[in-house]
Design a protein around this ligand. Structure first.
Ligand SMILES: *[C@@H]1O[C@H](CO)[C@@H](O)[C@H](O)[C@H]1NC(C)=O
Ligand SMILES: *[C@@H]1O[C@H](CO)[C@@H](O)[C@H](O)[C@H]1NC(C)=O
Ligand SMILES: *[C@@H]1O[C@H](CO)[C@@H](O)[C@H](O)[C@H]1NC(C)=O
Ligand SMILES: *[C@@H]1O[C@H](CO)[C@@H](O)[C@H](O)[C@H]1NC(C)=O
Ligand SMILES: *[C@@H]1O[C@H](CO)[C@@H](O)[C@H](O)[C@H]1NC(C)=O
Ligand SMILES: *[C@@H]1O[C@H](CO)[C@@H](O)[C@H](O)[C@H]1NC(C)=O
Ligand SMILES: *[C@@H]1O[C@H](CO)[C@@H](O)[C@H](O)[C@H]1NC(C)=O
Ligand SMILES: *[C@@H]1O[C@H](CO)[C@@H](O)[C@H](O)[C@H]1NC(C)=O
Ligand SMILES: *[C@@H]1O[C@H](CO)[C@@H](O)[C@H](O)[C@H]1NC(C)=O
Ligand SMILES: [Ca+2]
Length: 479
């Protein structure tokens, strides 16, 4: 295996920064005619060596880029504001789509020339922000490349993409605003009790009692957090919070219900989706004042400060923020970033015509990026909601849930062998059923276990409808 580093550069506006590219190459006897691009997470455009190694298993040369941020550990937020009031659009475009594209085109040409290979299958794999980066390529670089490559990528394995970033970043404030609006910040233990009760109450709705909520849609339809009111809870000191005990209050149940329901404006119109029941309430975690012994709502406000107000600050009072404010911030972000990080160009005809394939998977109990989807474009795109899984990872509170281990292999099989991924293979990695292999249904089909070992993929309209909300708080369609 060869590790290869090179640079390409055209940025001269703010500073003479070059973009570093990093490729890992399998030895020629292990090369299988494949190239893989990888991406980042959070505000990072790269995941470094961890993801580069994932291509070698499949005999693929693999690439990553630092986006011209000045180093492999640099974040977009380190460089996007050269001064308060000023966005570096060049660097934002790098992050939005350009750097992954350049790294891919150079990597493809380099791979062909290094291995004397006249043809190449090209893939993409990443999760979260990296998933958004993958969609940024699928949505942009197809017809342009149809002549030489068919499509820039033949296939992509995309996990929990942050592709509606201006919405998803603002929804991170929603749980805290639900608390300030209700004038109550529950201690983490109280919401954890509600989540545990939710898991217990909804576990069996998928036909199998295994501690995993495989049907959060039925849970939304049939469960009400108010049934937790009066349950007693008790937690030891943890994560900077003191030991706590008590019984679940009606206010905490109300907060849980509002978080599950999603963001509604003052006229009762829906603005955005939120987390599914049984997801962890991580966005609702309060701060604690040891002097007054009080919990108060808090949230990460980096997106609002950096990208909407253009100031490098992490301070923002939640005092006057209403649900309408959150809606307006989403609208502002949609306008300001629709051609950079809002990655929802809806027409994928060229990609589909060129034979491109996407497997998109998303933890059903994702506590960072809510999983509702609008697409059912089964010919070239498959969505798999992973029962009980959290953000790009299994959930520790639903340990018997499966997690897919070989999504890229399923994409490769689909592209190169025409094997349609009707279901996705997944393995239980912890809990009492460790190593058990399961399969995951292709959305909009949903799992139902008719007995402990037999799962069917079923459809029902009421469940489906919970996944396709009408975001009618906006005067235009939200893709
Ligand atoms: C590619 O071809 C050149 C020229 O024939 C040769 O020197 C080189 O070793 C080949 N590379 C590989 C990886 O086979
Ligand atoms: C919730 O369940 C987990 C086990 O999954 C347990 O560790 C935790 O203590 C429970 N929390 C509460 C508040 O009971
Ligand atoms: C849950 O129950 C509470 C209390 O009975 C009620 O006010 C609320 O409307 C219910 N929520 C839903 C979504 O049905
Ligand atoms: C509950 O918390 C109070 C202090 O808030 C403490 O005095 C009491 O011992 C705790 N009870 C239990 C069962 O942990
Ligand atoms: C905690 O509360 C005290 C008393 O109101 C206040 O002086 C202090 O600033 C608070 N600390 C934090 C971190 O908010
Ligand atoms: C940018 O604005 C923030 C918020 O007003 C302030 O805290 C910070 O010091 C400013 N930074 C610079 C470099 O002026
Ligand atoms: C809320 O807005 C009012 C009026 O603009 C302002 O006076 C007040 O300081 C704000 N409160 C907070 C907590 O930001
Ligand atoms: C999925 O699992 C089946 C049954 O074990 C196996 O035949 C198939 O090769 C697996 N597919 C992938 C992509 O791992
Ligand atoms: C699950 O599948 C993997 C890979 O396909 C295989 O190695 C493993 O033995 C299977 N586990 C069980 C319990 O069948
Ligand atoms: Ca279950």
């Amino acid at each position: 295996m060869v590790k290869f580093l090179c640079w390409s550069g055209h940025r001269t506006i703010w500073a003479a920064l070059y973009t570093n590219l990093w490729y890992w190459l399998p030895s020629p006897d292990q090369f299988q005619g494949r190239y893989l691009s990888t991406g980042g997470g959070g505000f990072a455009i790269t995941s470094g060596e961890i993801d580069l190694s994932s291509g070698l298993v499949f005999g693929a040369a693999s690439g990553t880029t630092d986006g011209g941020f000045g180093g492999w550990d640099a974040m977009l937020t380190d460089v996007v504001l050269p001064a308060n009031g000023t966005i570096d659009w060049d660097i934002l475009i790098n992050f939005g789509y350009r750097s992954i594209h350049e790294m891919t085109v150079i990597g493809q040409a380099f791979t062909k020339s290094f291995y004397n290979s006249s043809s190449l299958y090209s893939y993409y794999q990443a999760c979260s922000e990296g998933g958004r980066e993958g969609w940024s390529q699928i949505q942009r670089y197809t017809s342009l490349y149809a002549i030489s490559f068919g499509t820039q990528f033949d296939g992509a394995a995309i996990g929990a993409p942050a592709f509606r970033m201006p919405f998803q970043q603002v929804i991170h404030l929603f749980s805290a605003v639900v608390e300030t609006t209700n004038n109550y910040a529950p201690c983490p233990c109280e919401l954890e009790e509600i989540r545990n009760d939710t898991i217990t109450a909804c576990d069996g709705l998928d036909g199998r009692v295994d501690g995993v909520v495989g049907r959060t849609d039925l849970c939304r339809l049939q469960y009400n957090a108010s049934s937790s009111v009066g349950s007693s809870y008790s937690c030891a000191t943890a994560r900077g919070f003191p030991a706590a005990n008590g019984t679940v209050t009606p206010q905490a149940a109300q907060i849980a219900e509002e978080i599950y329901a999603g963001l509604f404006d003052s006229e009762g119109r829906q603005a955005y989706i939120s987390f599914q029941p049984a997801a962890s309430f991580s966005d609702a975690a309060p701060s604690y004042n040891a002097t007054t012994n009080e919990y108060y709502a808090s949230a990460s406000v980096q997106w609002v400060n950096y990208f909407l107000n253009n100031v490098a600050s992490t301070a923002l009072s939640l005092g006057n923020i209403t649900y309408n404010t959150l809606r307006d911030w989403m609208y502002q972000g949609m306008q300001q970033y629709r051609d950079t990080v809002l990655t929802t160009w809806p027409d994928l005809t060229d990609f589909s015509n060129a034979g491109g394939k996407v497997i998109h998977f998303h933890g059903e109990s994702d506590s960072s990026i809510p999983p509702a989807s609008y697409a059912a474009l089964q010919e070239f795109y498959r969505l798999f909601l992973i029962p009980g899984a959290d953000h790009c990872a299994p959930s520790s509170t639903q340990p018997n849930g499966p997690f897919p281990q070989n999504v890229l292999e399923s994409v490769i099989n689909w592209v190169e062998l025409g094997i349609i991924p009707e279901q996705l293979n997944a393995t239980v990695l912890a809990g009492t059923t460790t190593d058990l292999n399961q399969t995951v249904c292709s959305f909009p089909l949903r799992p139902y276990w008719s007995d402990i070992s037999t799962m069917e993929c079923v459809f029902d309209q009421a469940s489906y409808d919970t996944w396709v909300p009408d975001l009618n708080s906006f005067p235009m369609p939200v893709y």
